[in-house]
Structures are given as structure tokens and as C-alpha cells.
Design a protein around this ligand. Structure first.
Ligand SMILES: [Fe+2]
Ligand SMILES: [Fe+2]
Length: 556
């Protein structure tokens, strides 16, 4: 194996073998396969060994409270008793180890819950929860969990600010499958791109078999140390149910118990406000249960009606608009979508369909690139894929798909600011997939803007209120997709000239500035020199867009 690296292409016999044989690995110009090694395949290392608990904590994960500025929950797994399970916390010092914390700096807390979960692997996994209270807002702490003797590593997190503060979070569709092979690179790339993210939203189907100790072990390994630093906001998918909610769910994810109040929905429907964003998690696994749906609908409307936050994010598993052919969630769509639209929910983050779809209701459409409604997204982070259909579940229900993809493992980065929320989906290899920017003003008016491309910033995108006019008549013109304050030149041009790409012989009507939502609304008076029978367009020319109205005919 100490052969020097050879430049590609390699003319060796091994290189030819590499080309000829599938499953042959080429490393540094030296090829070998199982046959070359000549040994029998080793046995599979048993899951009971891989995931066996010890007194050393693992599966450490931050779970938010309803007061994230001053309190924090953490759960973990370890062989420990309810008497010994505990945590320690202090304001994050500049050093630990040889440097002892200042006297009195460390606060110890006893676990508030220790729950053994029986497993199929011959042992119980005992999950513990500790809650840190009385914390300072927007302050970095370090904590560890253990039994007083055996501890996790010290791990840092920062409490939420007490009011609005920009932050980022990550959203994943179903991980579910290939948890120990294909999923970890997605989780790691998301963390590499947004190490400062304050939350990770999982829209259900985190694993495939609700009560599989092995799969939960794999899921936690996929997240690794990240989960100990970033608050997790997950809701269950159908794969977290198997004759009832997974026995792992509540011990692992001790979410706020502030849902509709039904026992079935405890910690599967919950809400929290984080730095100006209201997160609402709903449980669509009960979509055929009229009582549990009605309870969630009433609870949801209460949270939306009385909401002091500028931004609202709702997450649940079964999507309002499905991306695959055989799926449909009419109760979710009928009962919740009208509330999302009425109360101006910004993002609806969903899963279940193992593909990507993003769109909006047709009624919210303002232009080819802009709408002012709810952004509905379905995504997938894991390796199981379903084929897309033609979007019939969207178009058949008054919605439109603006972006879809299949066979793509994705993660979504969401950056919350005072006046914007930007959303970007990226592939497992970190490349850009899809994205948009929501702009909202203080009146609550909103535009949802596609990311601009060379293709979507030209062509017929200007709306006019009439296409047949007399000279000196007024035409109302509107256009979208600008940067706030972008300067836009408004031209009256002969259509033939516009089609040729010319601009020299049009009439400059004037200049407009896009408003804070990137809108231009302008009244254009048809020039007196326009020819009777002539066909014209209104052309808007700015730094970012060169767009045109439909043809306007001058009748007299
Ligand atoms: Fe799924
Ligand atoms: Fe699902």
C-alpha cells in the first residue's frame, strides 16, 4: 500500500481492472477488490454491540422550552439511575480541563426524568432529561451530563435573545433510511454551512421503524455532537408511529407540553417562540381522527390569531400539497391551509413524499417570480426516493408548484432577519438547489420572491390593467421582484422595437423606486405622440430586471 501515487490515467494492469470491474476500489492508482484480498467477507458487527449503552452518556440532544432565553432542556441516554442522572452548567469559560471553573460557577441539576425504553436488542436504553433554568438571555453556556462520575464532554450552546434577533435554522424532510450511510453527510454539510444555526426542524420520519433501537442509534450518530449544541424541533411522521407513538419519542424529545391538551398529542403538537419566530408543530398522523384534528385546528387558530411574532413557521409531516401521485391529505388541506393563508403563515415545512416540492396557492400569485402567500415546502434528507408526478395534487387544489425535484437528498437553510426570511435548499454535496426570499413590511404585507436568475429577470412580467387604450389615457402598471429601493426606468416602446431588443426610440415615462417589498406600482399616461393603431409595451429597465408588459394597442 506504500506505492507512490500515479497520475491519472494509469496504464497499469490494476487500473484496467478498475475500469473493467464494478465494485473494485481505486485508491491512489492502486486497485484492489475483495477477490484480490482473498479473505472471506467479515461478519456484520451486531447492532446490539454497536448501540449498546454504557454509563458514558450518548444521544445528547438539546430540546427547547417555551422560555428559550432563560431555560434549556437536554436529554441523553446512559446507564444511570434516576438518583444519579444529573447535569452541570456554567457560563462558557475560556478554558476548562487543567483550568478549574471559578468557585461557585458550576450549577448542578438533577435529572427531572429517567425513562427506560425497552428494546429488541436485549437491553434497555434509559433516557434522561435535565432542565436548566434561570439562565441569562443571549448568553453562551457550557454543560455536561452524566451520573456524577461518568460524564459527557462539555458542550456549548447560547440561550435565545429575549426579543427579536436575527438567527438561522435548518429544516430537514424525512431522514428515515440509510441513516448510517447516506444521511450523515447531509447533516454534516448543513452544520458546515450554518454552524451558528439555533434550531433543527425535522418534519417527521426521522427513522423508519418507530421502536427500532438500532435506527434511533443510527439517527443520533448521524447528528453526532451537533444535536448537543443545537435545539431540535421535530414532529413525528407516520414512521414514528407503530400501533401508537414510538416509545422513544417522549423520553428523547421532552418538548413543551403546551399542545391542544389531548393525551395523544402531548409533545407531538407543541409551540414555542424563538427570537421573533413562532414555531408551531402539528401531528398529522391523526388526520383521520375528527376529534384530534378539530382539537389541533382550534389550537392552531388560537396561536395564529394571537401572535406577537413577525414570522410564523408551521411544521408537520403529511403535506398540504403532495408531490407524488398516490398521496393526498384532504383533511390537512381543508382544515389548516385556510388558516395558514388567513393569518399569514410564512413557511409550511413538510415531509412524507421523499421528493422536493415548493409552491403557493394560485390566488397569491403576483407575477412569474413573486407571490404573496404561504410558502409550502416538501423535502427529503434521507436516501429513499419517490418519483414525482406532474404536480396534480397542487394544480388540482388551487396551488402551483414553483420548484420540484426527485432523487435529491436535501437540507434547507433558513435565515431570519428583521424584514426578510431567506430560504435555500441545498443538495447533499453542498450545491444550491432552490431558494426564495420573503419580504415583509410592518403592515404585515409580504412578497415571496424567487432567487433571481438570468432567465427569470427578462421577458413579459409586467402587469397592466388594460391592453387597449386611447392617447393620454392612464394605464396602471405593476411589477415585482426588485430589491427594495431599486431604481426602475419606465419606457413606452413600440412592441416591434422591444422584440428586437432595441430601446433607443422608446419614450422615457420616468423613474420609479421599488418599495420595501420590491414592488413597483406606477400609472403610465399613454404619450400623445403614440400612433393610432400602433402596438406598444411598457418596458421596465433596472439593474436586476429588464421586463415588459403584454402588447397594448392604441385605438385613437
Ligand atoms: Fe417517509
Ligand atoms: Fe411519511
Amino acid at each position: 500500500m506504500n506505492e507512490p501515487r500515479k497520475p491519472w490515467p494509469v496504464r497499469s494492469r490494476q487500473a484496467k481492472l478498475a475500469v473493467a470491474g464494478a465494485g473494485v476500489l481505486l485508491i491512489g492508482g492502486f486497485a484492489f477488490g475483495p477477490a484480490a484480498v482473498g479473505a472471506a467477507a467479515p461478519p456484520v458487527y451486531p447492532a446490539a454491540e454497536v448501540h449498546k449503552p454504557s454509563p458514558i452518556p450518548d444521544r445528547v440532544i438539546l430540546v427547547p422550552t417555551t422560555t428559550p432565553a432563560t431555560s434549556q432542556r437536554v436529554s441523553w441516554r446512559a446507564e444511570a439511575t434516576a438518583d444519579t442522572a444529573q447535569a452541570e452548567i456554567l457560563e462558557a469559560p475560556r478554558a476548562l480541563g487543567q483550568v478549574a471553573p471559578a468557585a461557585g460557577a458550576v450549577t448542578g441539576v438533577k435529572a427531572i426524568a429517567s425513562t427506560p425504553v425497552n428494546t429488541t436488542l436485549g437491553y434497555a436504553s434509559t433516557y434522561h432529561t435535565a432542565e436548566f433554568t434561570g439562565l441569562k438571555p443571549n448568553t453562551r453556556y457550557t454543560y455536561r451530563v452524566g451520573d456524577g462520575t461518568n460524564w459527557s464532554a462539555w458542550t456549548d450552546f447560547t440561550t435565545a435573545a429575549s426579543g427579536f434577533e436575527p438567527f438561522s435554522f435548518v429544516y430537514y424532510g424525512d431522514a428515515q433510511n440509510y441513516l448510517d450511510s447516506a444521511v450523515p453527510r447531509v447533516f454534516r454539510q448543513a452544520f458546515a454551512d450554518r454552524p451558528q444555526a439555533k434550531a433543527i426542524v425535522n418534519a417527521g420520519d426521522l427513522i423508519d421503524s418507530a421502536n427500532s433501537e438500532e435506527q434511533w442509534g443510527q439517527w443520533f450518530k448521524a447528528g453526532g455532537f451537533i444535536d448537543g449544541q443545537v435545539n431540535n424541533v421535530s414532529i413525528p411522521g407516520n414512521h414514528e408511529y407503530s400501533g401508537g407513538l414510538s416509545a422513544f419519542w417522549r423520553p428523547q424529545f421532552p418538548y413543551p407540553d403546551n399542545g391542544p391538551g389531548n393525551a395523544e398529542l402531548k409533545q407531538t403538537a407543541y409551540t414555542l417562540d424563538y427570537q421573533g419566530v413562532r414555531f408551531i408543530g402539528l401531528d398529522t398522523n391523526h388526520q383521520s381522527n375528527a376529534t384530534l384534528m378539530a382539537a389541533q385546528t382550534t389550537w392552531l387558530e388560537g396561536l395564529l390569531k394571537d401572535n406577537p411574532n413577525k414570522w410564523t413557521v408551521v411544521t408537520f409531516h403529511h403535506p398540504v400539497y403532495s408531490t407524488t401521485g398516490t398521496r393526498n391529505n384532504p383533511n390537512v388541506r381543508a382544515q389548516w391551509a385556510p388558516l395558514f393563508e388567513k393569518y399569514g403563515v410564512d413557511l409550511v415545512l413538510q415531509g412524507h413524499d421523499h421528493s422536493y416540492g415548493r409552491g403557493n396557492q394560485v390566488a397569491a400569485r403576483k407575477s412569474a417570480t413573486v407571490h404573496n402567500g404561504v410558502a409550502y415546502v416538501v423535502s427529503v434528507s434521507g436516501g429513499k426516493m419517490y418519483a414525482l408526478n406532474g404536480g396534480e395534487n397542487w394544480t388540482g387544489n388551487g396551488a402551483e408548484v414553483r420548484s420540484t425535484s426527485e432523487n435529491t437528498q436535501l437540507y434547507q437553510l433558513i435565515d431570519v432577519a428583521k424584514d426578510t426570511v431567506t430560504f435555500e435548499a441545498r443538495y447533499a454535496n453542498g450545491e444550491h438547489h432552490d431558494g426564495f426570499t420573503i419580504r415583509k413590511n410592518d403592515k404585515g404585507e409580504r412578497t415571496v420572491n424567487e432567487l433571481r436568475t438570468a432567465e427569470n429577470t427578462v421577458g413579459e412580467q409586467v402587469t397592466v390593467d388594460k391592453t387597449s387604450v386611447r392617447r393620454l389615457e392612464q394605464v396602471k402598471v405593476s411589477a415585482y421582484g426588485y430589491d427594495p429601493g431599486e431604481r426602475v426606468a419606465v419606457w413606452w416602446r413600440e412592441q416591434d422595437d422591444a422584440a428586437r431588443g432595441g430601446g433607443g426610440n422608446g419614450t422615457l415615462i420616468g423613474y420609479e423606486k421599488a418599495d420595501e417589498l420590491g414592488r413597483v406600482e406606477e400609472t403610465v399616461r399613454v404619450p400623445v405622440l403614440a400612433k393610432k393603431g400602433g402596438v406598444y409595451v411598457v418596458h421596465l429597465d433596472s439593474q436586476h430586471q429588464k421586463i415588459t408588459s403584454p402588447a397594448i394597442t392604441v385605438t385613437k
